[in-house]
Each structure stands twice: as structure tokens, then as C-alpha cells.
Design a binder for this molecule. Structure first.
Ligand SMILES: [Zn+2]
Length: 348
């Protein structure tokens, strides 16, 4: 590991874009597979196949099938947080899909939520990392099912659950279809975010999430650049985008040496949009939170000032209490500056 990589690993971070079942290491899949004699070897091989096309969305379902008992969820999220703490992630808001655990392992919302909270508490105690939850709508399911899911969220409130999101394949469900579920969340004091503008969709999806779904930030959001007025609005309003440098539709369709030059993340950065760096489903994309920062520098040309900005944006965009955010801004950025000053090469 070179000096820059070590630096990017050490700097304190908040991560706002990561999925619980997407963050499980292969060993966790394998341990659960053995525990239940579940015969998921082939699915696990496919999930972690570096040579071919590994279908991440299918892997998320495999993980949910294997997490059969509350203690599996508790122990898995504990491990997921251990990995993040090793990357100096201090605070993390984690997406999870309650409908997957209900449909594939028969675990009701409140049972799964309690197990996650139990694991997050233990991880905070042992590794000092704070974890919070974002129950997320699977957009391939019906809007009625989404409304039902958010009703469950509202019925079992917890200080660990800060808001809701929507994920899975963007082309499977337009954001406007889910207005009612988001309205219910918003009316009950939950914060809102949404995966939008990820799969080459029309930029109006980003606008719809801001105006109709009450979203305070956008996950991915790359197509925003196709609408100049909307881009300017996001700049004016300081909308935070949780971009994922190591995974998106663009990583699959952009080929050749200049992929990172034409990738929208570079142009979002050049336009001055507020970006935070997320690892999405790190082991399934063969990355980790710190390596995503390495990609931002090595591939997208981010400077160390840009990286400092990403850290500040990740605090700004988080749903943590304002007093805590203020403290992190002071402490983390000071820590960042101290680490930066000790670098031999500071001219990035
Ligand atoms: Zn995502």
C-alpha cells in the first residue's frame, strides 16, 4: 500500500451509501451456508465471480435467504461494521430491505430491525463506529407493498432508524409511483433519500425525488448533468449526491482508457456538486470504503482538497443530530489536516 492509499484509509469518514446485504464478506455467506446446509454454493460462487458478470442484485437475495435467524443478522451487521471501522469509517447510514428479510427468511420488520440494532450497538461498543439504518423500498415490488413497508417502519420507530430510501434496479420502478409511501414517511418525521439517475434514466427522476418524494439527498444522481437548470438548482440548494465510483451502470457501459474522463462523476465534481463517496456493496464490487477514495483520486483526478470536501459533505449530508455534525466537522477535519501535513507528497 502506498502512502496515499494509507492516508485515504486513515482519514475519518462518514458513509451514506452502503447496503447491508451488499456489504457481507464471502466468508459470511459461506459460514451461513454451512450452518444451514443451504446448498447455495453455486449462488455464492456467482456472487463473487471476478471473471464474469456477477449479478449483484441476485447476490443480495442470496444473502437474505441465508440470514435466517435474528442472530445471523445481528452478527453479520457487526462484521460489516468491523470492516468499515478498519477503513476509518466513523459513522454509517446503512440501507436495508425489510421486504427481502420478510419474503426470503420470514423475518418481520420489527424482528429484523431489532437484530440490526443489536449488532450496531455491539459494533459501536467494540469498534467505536456509529451505525444508523435506512429501511429501503425494493422498487421492483408494488407501490402498495412499499406503503405497507413504510407503515411497518412508522409502527416500530427507533432512534436508529433515521429515514427511508428506495433501491434495486431503477428501470423497474419510477420514483413517482412511490409518492404515497414517501409521503407517509415524511409526515412521520422520517428523512428521505432515493436511488435516482443511476441507470441512464431521465434527469426528471432526480427532480421528482426532490420535489415529490421529499428527498434531502440523492443516491447516485448522475443524469442530473443532462439538465442544466436542475444542476444549477442542486448547486444553489447544496443537494448532496452519494456517488459510487466503483459501481454503476456507467462502469459497465463505459469502456476504454478514457472511461473515467467521460464518467459523470468527474463532471459532477468539476461542476462543484456536493459529492459524498459510497461503497454501495463493497465485497461484491471487490472494493471497500477507503478504496473508493483511492479511485476518486487515481481515476477521477480528485485533489486532496476535493477529498477534504467529500469528508465535509458526508457530514453535511448525514442525518445525524446537528450538534454531533458540528463536532465531527471540527474534529475530523482537524484530524484530516494533521494527517495531510504528515504526508511527504502534499501537492495532489
Ligand atoms: Zn446503492
Amino acid at each position: 500500500m502506498n502512502e496515499l492509499e494509507a492516508f485515504l484509509r486513515k482519514i475519518p469518514k462518514a458513509e451514506l451509501h452502503v447496503h447491508f446485504t451488499g456489504a457481507l464478506r464471502r466468508e459470511i455467506f459461506e459460514t451461513l451456508n454451512r450452518k444451514y446446509n443451504a446448498n447455495e454454493h453455486k449462488a455464492i460462487d456467482r456472487a463473487f465471480d471476478r471473471t464474469g458478470y456477477n449479478n449483484v442484485l441476485t447476490a443480495l437475495k442470496t444473502a437474505s435467504r441465508l440470514l435466517r435467524k435474528p442472530e445471523d443478522i445481528r452478527d453479520a451487521v457487526y462484521e460489516v461494521q468491523r470492516d468499515a471501522a478498519d477503513n476509518s469509517v466513523r459513522y454509517r447510514e446503512i440501507f436495508w430491505n425489510p421486504t427481502d428479510h420478510a419474503d426470503l427468511a420470514d423475518l418481520p420488520y420489527d424482528v429484523a430491525q431489532d437484530a440490526l440494532i443489536d449488532g450496531l450497538r455491539r459494533a459501536e461498543q467494540d469498534f467505536g463506529i456509529i451505525g444508523r439504518l435506512i429501511p429501503s423500498i425494493d422498487r421492483s415490488l408494488s407501490p402498495e407493498r412499499a406503503f405497507e413497508m413504510v407503515s411497518d417502519v412508522v409502527a416500530s420507530p427507533s432512534p436508529f432508524t433515521l429515514g427511508i430510501g428506495i433501491d434495486y434496479l431503477e428501470t423497474d420502478g419510477l420514483p413517482e409511483s412511490f409518492w404515497k409511501a414517501f409521503k407517509l414517511a415524511h409526515e412521520n418525521g422520517l428523512r428521505c433519500t432515493a436511488h435516482a439517475g443511476e441507470d441512464g434514466s431521465h434527469p426528471r427522476s432526480v427532480e421528482t425525488c426532490l420535489d415529490l418524494l421529499h428527498c434531502s439527498r440523492i443516491d447516485h444522481g448522475y443524469t442530473v448533468l443532462e439538465d442544466e437548470a436542475l444542476t444549477q438548482r442542486c448547486l444553489d440548494e447544496g443537494i448532496v449526491f452519494t456517488v459510487v465510483p466503483s459501481n454503476s451502470h456507467y462502469c459497465e457501459v463505459l469502456e476504454g482508457q478514457d472511461w473515467s474522463v467521460v464518467h459523470p462523476i468527474r463532471h459532477m465534481m468539476d461542476r462543484g456538486l456536493k459529492l459524498t463517496i459510497g461503497s454501495d456493496d463493497p465485497p461484491l464490487h471487490f472494493t471497500d470504503p477507503a478504496w473508493c477514495y483511492v479511485v476518486m483520486v487515481n481515476e477521477f483526478g480528485a485533489t486532496l482538497d476535493d477529498v477534504r470536501g467529500f469528508i465535509a459533505n458526508s457530514i453535511d449530508g448525514s442525518w445525524a443530530p446537528e450538534a454531533e455534525k458540528q463536532r465531527w466537522r471540527a474534529e475530523w477535519l482537524e484530524e484530516f489536516d494533521t494527517l495531510r501535513n504528515s504526508l511527504n507528497k502534499q501537492d495532489l
